[in-house]
Ligand binder design. Structure first.
Ligand SMILES: [Zn+2]
Ligand SMILES: [Zn+2]
Ligand SMILES: [Zn+2]
Length: 140
């Protein structure tokens, strides 16, 4: 399934949101740039809408289960389509580069934590921070 701006607009409608020009542009931007890690600021810079409109729209799309956000270290939250969220994030503390960790690798990590402690981490909400292979190589 590939999500289009119409799918996003229908989700807004189903949450009782009025469809404005700004929201149409926001939805088109999200659909077009799927696969990217978008911040509300990045969206508001390319569409004719202020940041609070973008935040509110993302929030409603998230309530509808069609968009998810995660945190990449200290920076602002980034947004994905839920269908593109099949990975965990690794963020380099030195150069800021973000990499995707396939879900299966993350699940193996979670299984290890659960086996050791009984604790079940549930969310891909926060990135793992550390040193990327490039910065690690420079460091040694
Ligand atoms: Zn991602
Ligand atoms: Zn959050
Ligand atoms: Zn790095």
């Amino acid at each position: 399934m590939h999500i289009t701006a119409d799918t996003l607009l229908n989700a807004l409608r189903s949450q009782g949101m009025r469809i404005t020009d700004a929201r149409i542009q926001i939805c088109e931007e999200i659909a077009e740039r799927h696969g990217e890690h978008l911040t509300a600021t990045a969206i508001s810079e390319t569409v004719d809408a202020n940041e609070s409109t973008v935040y509110r729209t993302l929030e409603v799309l998230e309530q509808a289960g069609i968009v998810e956000h995660s945190h990449m270290g200290h920076g602002p939250a980034v947004y994905h389509l839920a269908e593109d969220s099949d990975h965990h994030h690794l963020v380099c503390e030195r150069c800021g580069r973000a990499e995707a960790l396939p879900a299966a690798a993350y699940e193996a990590l979670v299984a290890g934590i659960t086996a050791e402690t009984g604790f079940v981490p549930t969310s891909r909400h926060f990135a793992l921070t550390g040193l990327c292979s490039r910065c690690k190589a420079e460091n040694t």
